[in-house]
Design a binder for this molecule. Sequence first.
Ligand SMILES: Nc1nc2c(ncn2[C@@H]2O[C@H](COP(=O)(O)OP(=O)(O)OP(=O)(O)O)[C@@H](O)[C@H]2O)c(=O)[nH]1
Ligand SMILES: [Mg+2]
Length: 442
Amino acid sequence: MNDTIAALATPSAPAALAVIRVSGPQSREITDCLLREPVSWLPQKAWHRELWDGEQRLDDAVLLYWQEPRSYTGEEMVEISCHGNPLLVDRILAAYFSRGARAALPGEFTQRAFLHGKLDLTQAEAIADLIHAGSLRGLAAAQEMKEGRLGRKLAEARTTLLELVAHAEAYLDFPEEDIHPEVGERMLCRIDQLRNELLGLAGTAPTGRLLREGVVVVLVGCPNVGKSSLFNAILRQNRAIVSPHPGTTRDTIESLCQIHGFPIRLVDTAGHRPAEHPVEAEGIRRAEEALRFADIVVHVSTAPEPPEASPFPPPSALSHQRLLLVANKSDLGIHPERRSQLCVSTVTGQGLPELDRRIYQEIAALAPEATAGSAVNARQEAALRRAVAALERACDAFRTGLACEIWCLELRTALQAVAEVLGAVTTEEILDEIFRQFCIGK
Ligand SMILES: Nc1nc2c(ncn2[C@@H]2O[C@H](COP(=O)(O)OP(=O)(O)OP(=O)(O)O)[C@@H](O)[C@H]2O)c(=O)[nH]1
Ligand SMILES: [Mg+2]
């Protein structure tokens, strides 16, 4: 981390402004080389200056300066707001690179912030979530984690574990002393409490997955029932072709939207019937494939017809997916056997708000922790589950009267796993994997 890194922090496209970040010990020194009119380098100040590369005027820009360690990365930092032309940005970056700075790797600014103790690993991961969140709930969960809510809970768990390990190790030093039953009971109680807390946190992982990746909602049914019309109505956008000819939709079409603040990946599919054409057959095969990846399946049929008129999908096609039955075209009448079903009309709009609500109910069933704040990701869940398993083994060993070394070892395993989530112990590979998912300049 002794070198100075630079990168564009905003998208590389014509825009009013572009922001270039520079971090490392030479940030000021190199910037000085590009200035004809010097600046005082008072921290957190801004200067409007021309940037020059030798005799070539690059741009006029606003410079911001942060003194080490009071910056995002914890290092000396300069931020340049210049005009948002990618060619111009490239020239400014080239001027830095030719004077000793190097191009930052994806996520390297945040990685440096982490390595300088500016944030723990859960907060660093939350920054990537914050940038990529495509829904209001995803954004709220990322903000919670970035503010350190999960990190604080885990830091408390870590302190408790450290105390428990210290306690257990004291007995290791004096093996002739038996643990007083009352002390033992208290320890067991604390371990059990901790186990429940960590299990609760690990249990937010399904919600985390849905918030990060989106809830896959797939529309299926026979041809011409109005799947594409419903798809467009939910998106509030004329995205898919609608026509009175059965077999209009061939390929699966996916589009992103939000329902009650949840990110949704809505999928329209080809109508199910014995195919007359190989292209249609391929469309139907793709529809069946989409079913497998669905979180929620919305089966669309037509309200004027009896339910047995549209049997697809067969229950065998569904395993983990939640199924919602919708009868469309209610404006044309509702068959008596449909009365208890959700009837909608994409023509009159009848039942559409209720459909949104029902989809949300299904999501709530899939993600019961949705309102509980931050939700852990797969890496965090795996480590938390390891900690939970170790705590359970520690309790068992304690109860069955196994040697102190054994449950002490399990407590240390749990401690290690919790520390991993926080990033207090990590390997280079873990860090690389996390930070390379970031964009350049973050
Ligand atoms: N009366 C009435 N007509 C509808 C309604 N929704 C869709 N339609 C009509 O039904 C026909 C088929 O609609 P689509 O949305 O293309 O049906 P689909 O299920 O996507 O059909 P395929 O792509 O062929 O499987 C079109 O003529 C629509 O205008 C509705 O609520 N009421
Ligand atoms: Mg269609």
